[in-house]
Design a protein around this ligand. Structure first.
Ligand SMILES: [Zn+2]
Length: 203
C-alpha cells in the first residue's frame, strides 16, 4: 500500500514539470542561504530548458538590484539575445516584490509560478497585483502554491537561525555590560537610571 503511494508520488513529481523547475529554484535559494542572504531563488524556463538562474545576493553585492528575479532576467536575456522573454516562464520560491514584478511585466515574460506568497511585500497578488493589471500592455499569468511547504520552510529556517543569532549576540552584549558594571563606573550608572525612568515619567 505504502509502496503504491510512493510510486504514485514519484510518478506525480516526474509528470509535473512545475515541481521540477521549482526544485531548481529552491537549489538557487540554498545558494543564497549559504551566503547568509534571505533564501530566495528562481529560474527562467524557455521550452524545456533553463535559460536563467538567480538567487538573492543583496548584501553580498551591496545593491538593492541584486534580487534573484532581476539576476535571472538579465541572464536569460543574454542567453536568448533578446530583452523580450516571450514564451518563457519564471519559477520563483517567493512572491516577487514591486521592483521585480515591474521588471517581469517589462520583460514580457508569459508566466510566473510562485512557491509561497509574501503578504508583507508581494506584488503578485498580496499587496498589489502588478503582474496582472489589465491597464498594462502586457499581463503575466500568475500561478501560486507550487512546492509551497518547501519554499516556506527554507525561509522559516533562515529567520529562525537569524533570531537565535541575534538572541545570542544580545546575551553576549549583556554579559559584557555586566562585566563592565563590576568595575566601578559611577558616572555611567546615573544616565542609565535616568533613561530607564524617563518613559515612566512621560506616562
Ligand atoms: Zn524583488
Amino acid at each position: 500500500m505504502k509502496e503504491e503511494t510512493d510510486k504514485r508520488k514519484a510518478a506525480g513529481t516526474a509528470a509535473d514539470p512545475r515541481e521540477k523547475y521549482m526544485r531548481a529554484a529552491l537549489k538557487q535559494a540554498e545558494k543564497a542561504l549559504a551566503l547568509g542572504e534571505v533564501p530566495i531563488g528562481c529560474v527562467i524556463v524557455s521550452g524545456d530548458r533553463i535559460v536563467g538562474r538567480g538567487y538573492n545576493r543583496r548584501n553580498t553585492s551591496k545593491t538593492t538590484l541584486a534580487h534573484a528575479e532581476l539576476i535571472a532576467i538579465d541572464k536569460a536575456s543574454r542567453k536568448l539575445g533578446d530583452w523580450r522573454l516571450e514564451g518563457c516562464t519564471m519559477y520563483v520560491t517567493l512572491e516577487p516584490c514591486q521592483m521585480c514584478s515591474g521588471s517581469l511585466v517589462q520583460s514580457r515574460i508569459d508566466r510566473v509560478v510562485i512557491g509561497t506568497m509574501n503578504p508583507k511585500a508581494g506584488c503578485a497578488g498580496s499587496i498589489l497585483n502588478i503582474l496582472e493589471m489589465p491597464e498594462w500592455n502586457h499581463q503575466v499569468e500568475v500561478e501560486t502554491g507550487v512546492l509551497q511547504a518547501e519554499c516556506q520552510e527554507i525561509l522559516q529556517q533562515f529567520f529562525r537561525q537569524l533570531r537565535q543569532r541575534l538572541k545570542k549576540e544580545k546575551a553576549l552584549r549583556r554579559a559584557e555590560a555586566a562585566g563592565a558594571a563590576d568595575t566601578p563606573a559611577p558616572a555611567a550608572a546615573t544616565p542609565a537610571a535616568a533613561e530607564g525612568a524617563a518613559p515612566g515619567t512621560k506616562e
